[in-house]
Design a protein around this ligand. Structure first.
Ligand SMILES: CC(C)(COP(=O)(O)OP(=O)(O)OC[C@H]1O[C@@H](n2cnc3c(N)ncnc32)[C@H](O)[C@@H]1OP(=O)(O)O)[C@@H](O)C(=O)NCCC(=O)NCCS
Length: 187
């Protein structure tokens, strides 16, 4: 396998990240989820916010460090409104279809897990589609667990609950079942 490196984004990556999002979204058509495939990618302005916060990483071929083939975007959530349940929320992890199923998604998530641990965070959080094979089942294989409706009411899931409730009401995302998931980070 071609060796890859993971690095923080640079401004010239942002338009390439948009192209990766559009290309990878096409897989949803096979599941009759065309609205997801047709959803426009994150704007350059939104991507710039992640870039400037140093909360965005790309995977690049080691021999071609200016050509992102995958990316991950993260933000910090203070789940209990305090420092106790500070978690890294994975907003998007996306791999170019030309490079899928080679462990690059997993490597990006592990990279963010290391970063989150070093920054004193308790867990990785995300929201995802229940019935998409490369969503909930994929994350379960990587050690994430569903945060059920009762657990979502707990103090340590306040931020996560806010995201999942919003998404369930969204005119595009809300058309298919979505769940919140968490992976606790050990030292
Ligand atoms: C989810 C995603 C990031 C996984 O990245 P990846 O580098 O291909 O994944 P990995 O190589 O780490 O793991 C591969 C595993 O993912 C799952 N998977 C990936 N693509 C799949 C597909 N098309 N169908 C079914 N399972 C799939 C399988 O469990 C696979 O294991 P296997 O190859 O042994 O069957 C990638 O499929 C993607 O970008 N999808 C579109 C965007 C998306 O849905 N992102 C997640 C929600 S924000």
């Amino acid at each position: 396998m071609e060796s890859i490196s993971i690095r923080l984004t640079q401004p010239t990556d942002l338009a390439l990240i948009q192209a990766i999002e559009v290309a990878s979204g096409q897989a949803f058509r096979a599941l009759r989820m065309d609205a997801i495939a047709d959803d426009p990618p994150l704007s350059l302005e939104s991507l710039m916010v992640y870039h400037q916060a140093e909360h965005a990483w790309v995977a690049v071929p080691s021999k071609d460090a200016d050509r992102p083939i995958a990316y991950i975007l993260v933000y910090t959530v203070h789940n209990d409104g305090l420092e106790g349940w500070r978690c890294a929320f994975i907003h998007q992890v996306t791999v170019s279809p030309d490079y899928s199923r080679r462990g690059i998604g997993k490597a990006l998530i592990e990279h963010v897990a290391d970063w989150a641990r070093k920054n004193g965070m308790r867990a990785l959080d995300l929201t995802t589609f229940v019935d998409v094979p490369w969503n909930k089942p994929y994350y379960e294989r990587l050690g994430f667990r569903v945060v059920d409706e009762e657990a979502l009411l707990c103090n340590h899931a306040v931020g996560l609950r806010r995201v999942i409730l919003c998404e369930r009401q969204d005119s595009v995302l809300g058309n298919w079942p979505r769940v919140a998931m968490r992976k606790l980070l050990q030292d």
